[in-house]
Design a protein around this ligand. Sequence first.
Ligand code: HEC
Length: 209
Amino acid sequence: MPTTASLVPTLALGLALAMPAMAEDDPRTLVDLPPDIRDGFLAEMRGHMDTLDDLVTAIAEGDFADAARIADLRLDFGHRMWEAMADAGMPPEQIAAMKARMKAMGMGSGRGMRMTPEQQQRTHDQMMRRMEPGMGRGMGMGRGMGFGRYMPPEFRRMGFAMHEAGQRLTATLKAAATPPSADDFRTVLGSLAEVTLACRGCHSAFRVR
Ligand code: HEC
């Protein structure tokens, strides 16, 4: 027979497990952000959710060209800039030329990358500051309020991993046949899973306040 004394901790444990995780025992690293930055950050996250939904829809329709356009614009490094430029009516060729220039500066990823994530963040923030006010939306774009500088290095690395996965997805989509074969669908879904794995990885490691 268990004694009352031995039951109490058991009950307490049961209760603790039944309750939603409390902030105190949340294992995720807390990133403290000023309220307006946090609002912009969460809005960007909801934008990522939209991107994912648009990607899955385009892929399901077998429209890999549209999916590649979405991934290239909205998941690549500097996506906020490219999106703002597209919104401002800049033609795709001009955006592609800007991207090529950024790559030449050593920004981006892979073997050609010459800047550390930290250096890239600084360059990125500087470019955002130089952008015309009103061109960007949310995030304090054009006002020098990018959230990157508030983020710990590991967080940025995970953000980079997502952009890299986005670039691989764009490449996979572009390499597929038209219309895509069953194998193309499998390969593309594998690449898409790398993107969602990056979302998942960061969400399990960080939270904001
Ligand atoms: C580098 C880190 C990181 C990556 C990568 C990332 N997120 Fe997030 N996301 C966060 C953090 C941190 C939060 C806030 C979570 C919290 O405080 O509980 C968040 C919150 C969200 C929210 C909730 C927004 C709100 O209004 O509350 C959505 C939706 C979201 N992310 C979608 C995505 C999707 C989709 C992807 C991948 C395409 C993604 N995120 C990639 C870090 C990341």
